[in-house]
Each structure stands twice: as C-alpha cells, then as structure tokens.
Design a protein around this ligand. Structure first.
Ligand code: THU
Length: 143
C-alpha cells in the first residue's frame, strides 16, 4: 500500500486524483437551500481516500459542511492521520474551508495539505498552517 508523509510534497497526480474525488463527492451534495454544493476528499497517510459532501437541513443551522463530513468518515474508519484534503465547490467557483472546518481539520493535522481549485482550471495547494495559524487547543487555553 502507498504511504504518504508530511515530509515529502505530494505528487501532482495524487493531488489531481484527490480533487477528482472531491468533485465526485460534490456531485452528491444535498444543498437545496443554499444551492452551493461542496465536496471534500481526505487522503490518509496509508493512502486511503474518504469523500463526503455538504448535507443541509431545513433547520438551516444543522447543515454540515463537506470537509467535516469527510473527516468524520476518516475517523469512523479508525484512522486519525489525514495528510491532505481537496475541496471542490460549485463548478468554476473556488471554495476554501470555512473557519469551523479549519479548526476541525487542525485537530488531526495542523499542517495538512489543502488542495483548492484556483478558478482558472488549475489547482492550488496550501498548508493548513497558513490558512489557519494557531488553532484553538485545550492545552494552550488551560495554561
Ligand atoms: N460549505 C461547505 O460544505 N464547506 C465549506 O467550506 C463552506 C460552506 C457548505 C455549507 C452550506 O451547505 C453551503 O456550503 C453554503 O454555505
């Protein structure tokens, strides 16, 4: 099985494949209220991909983002080692993870690679650290 670590940059074909998975998940989105479908695909260190979409609710505040649903899939499989996440918004619309999702992602790997669409048909890869420096940590707040 292919292994991925945070040390080496992820190969371009892996990043493209991860975005293809995110787009596939986006096509399953349940977003009748916002009309804004999102898909996310999380790559674990042992090379498995977990994908999910946003799931909205008529009680709007109960809607859950694609990224958090994808992390839940990873965790439910018994893994806690994401190395990358790709996020696909509506076709042609770049979408970065919301603040709540950044915090949840940082719980498992504060420096994971975040693969985004650049809105020009290409991909952009940023470190979660740069998107979300100094996540909340229980230890820090306890002093
Ligand atoms: N959404 C996501 O799934 N991920 C994000 O990072 C941003 C927003 C969803 C939530 C809601 O269902 C819709 O997009 C519009 O906000």
């Amino acid at each position: 099985m292919r292994e991925f670590t945070q040390k080496a940059p992820l190969p371009v074909e892996v990043l493209k494949g991860l975005m293809a998975e995110a787009r596939g998940a986006r096509d399953k989105a349940y977003a009748p209220y916002s009309g804004f479908p999102v898909g996310a695909a999380v790559l674990s260190g042992d090379g498995v991909v977990f994908r999910a979409c946003n799931v909205e609710n008529g009680s709007y505040g109960l809607s859950v983002c694609a990224e958090r649903n994808a992390v839940s899939m990873l965790v439910a499989s018994g893994r806690v080692n994401p190395v990358a996440i790709a996020v696909a918004g509506p076709p042609g619309v770049p979408c970065t993870p919301c603040g709540a999702c950044r915090q949840v992602l940082a719980e498992f790997n504060p420096s994971m690679a975040v693969v985004l669409e650049d809105g020009k048909g290409g991909l952009e890869v940023v470190s979660l650290e740069d998107l979300f420096p100094r996540p909340f940590q229980l230890g820090e707040s306890r002093g």
